[in-house]
Design a protein around this ligand. Structure first.
Ligand SMILES: O=C(O)CC1=CCC(=O)O1
Length: 96
């Protein structure tokens, strides 16, 4: 199942810089793992915002929820999830 996910990150202004840097480091490492596994299919920065558009390929909404809610930055993100199905007019294969 494919899901479009928007993540808006808002770190507290009072968070010490070294704590923020460590959170971003572990988030990046987890994102790399999930991309290498093919689960996090797309990861795009939304221009001009501390936000991303992502596409996840998971077996269920429960799996997506578990994955998103264990991301290191989860406590500091607003997340919007949209389930996707193939468009009948799409000329791309499902691996795109
Ligand atoms: O920077 C973001 O948009 C949040 C994030 C997702 C994966 C990552 O490394 O950072």
């Amino acid at each position: 199942m494919l899901f479009h996910v928007r993540m808006d990150v808002a770190l507290p202004h009072a968070m010490p810089a070294d704590q923020a840097a460590e959170l971003k480091r572990v988030e990046k490492a987890r994102a790399a793992e999930l991309q290498q596994a093919g689960t996090w299919r797309h990861l795009w920065r939304i221009a001009g915002q501390y936000s991303n558009f992502s596409v996840f390929d998971v077996a269920s909404t429960d799996e997506l929820h578990d994955l998103l809610s264990t991301l290191p930055l989860f406590p500091y993100m607003r997340i919007e999830v949209t389930p996707l199905v193939r468009h009948p007019s799409s000329i791309r294969n499902a691996d795109f």
